[in-house]
Design a protein around this ligand. Structure first.
Ligand code: IPD
Ligand code: CA
Ligand code: CA
Length: 271
């Protein structure tokens, strides 16, 4: 696995450099909705990662957001790639985005790498060998209750029921007296920031395998808990994520589990 992790790190760092070099220099086009964007940085980063991985591992299947998004997650040997996680931030020059690369065999993630080029932070994990930030071991936080916790969330590109359910969950969390909740804009980093204790938990109702594959392994290897949006273990087939330091997990799942809650009634405000 070591060679796979090494090459994935190299690919992620090179892709990160390309993304930084394009910051402020590319315009975004939308993928059907004005807030679902793709830029030249997404495409160039993906091209670089694919060439690095294919050169060393020509036999391995690829599931990658921009060009190979239909490969099955159950392939014998599979790279799962988000070349730029946080495109919206990137397009607005907000330095919170990442490159995410995972390696899986038959649906099980064995290695994960997430690189934040703005901070030069490289998160890595191999199954059974712990999680690391720039080579140093990381652990989830030890905060013992939701009341003490700082959480993170994200919104899918949907502005209907799912968004309203997310807002309902945030409302319930504030009513449970959490210390705060952030929407940072890169799911892969939300997972890694929970893995290293900056956040105590994170939830988001709709993600794709390339958003969470690497981060899910990193958080589990850091001692945390990870499940899908209904509190179930569905691995790469899960939709959405609830993760935490493990200690607050049951409390968090109880308040944000997707299926359990109706859409709250929000008052229409005229523009
Ligand atoms: C998005 C980011 C964001 C999350 C969205 C993702 P993208 O990925 O991870 O934080 O809220 O659901 O789709 O589109 O920037 O790769
Ligand atoms: Ca993404
Ligand atoms: Ca992306």
């Amino acid at each position: 696995m070591q060679k796979k992790t090494e090459i994935a790190c190299k690919a992620a760092i090179e892709a990160g450099r390309i993304i930084l070099s394009l910051q402020g220099k590319t315009s975004a086009r939308d993928k059907g909705a004005s807030y679902n964007l793709v830029t030249a940085a997404d495409m160039s980063a993906e091209e670089k990662i694919l060439s690095c991985l294919k050169e060393s591992f020509p036999e391995t299947y690829i599931l990658s957001e921009e060009t190979f998004s239909s490969q099955s997650t159950g392939a014998d040997k599979l790279w799962i790639i988000d070349p730029l996680d946080g495109t919206n931030n990137f397009a607005h020059s907000i330095p919170q985005f990442s490159v995410s690369i995972a390696y899986a065999e038959k649906g099980e993630v064995l290695a994960g790498v997430v690189y934040d080029p703005s901070r030069d932070e490289l998160f890595t994990a191999e199954k059974g060998a712990g999680a690391f930030l720039n080579g140093k071991p990381v652990r989830v936080s030890s905060r013992g209750s939701l009341k003490e916790s700082m959480l993170s969330t994200g919104f899918y590109y949907e502005r209907g029921e799912m968004m309203e359910k997310t807002l309902g969950a945030i409302y319930r969390l504030f009513k449970a007296d959490i210390q705060g909740i952030r929407r940072m804009g890169s799911a892969a980093l939300d997972l890694c920031w929970t893995a290293c204790g900056r956040f105590d938990g994170y939830f988001e109702y709709m993600l794709s395998p390339w958003d969470f594959a690497a981060g899910a392994l990193i958080i589990k290897e850091a001692g945390g808990a990870f499940c899908d949006r209904d509190g179930l273990q569905k691995g790469l087939n899960g939709r959405g994520v609830i993760c935490s330091n493990g200690i607050i997990h049951d409390e968090l799942v109880r308040l944000v589990r997707y299926e359990d809650y109706r859409v709250p009634q929000f008052k229409q405000v005229s523009a």
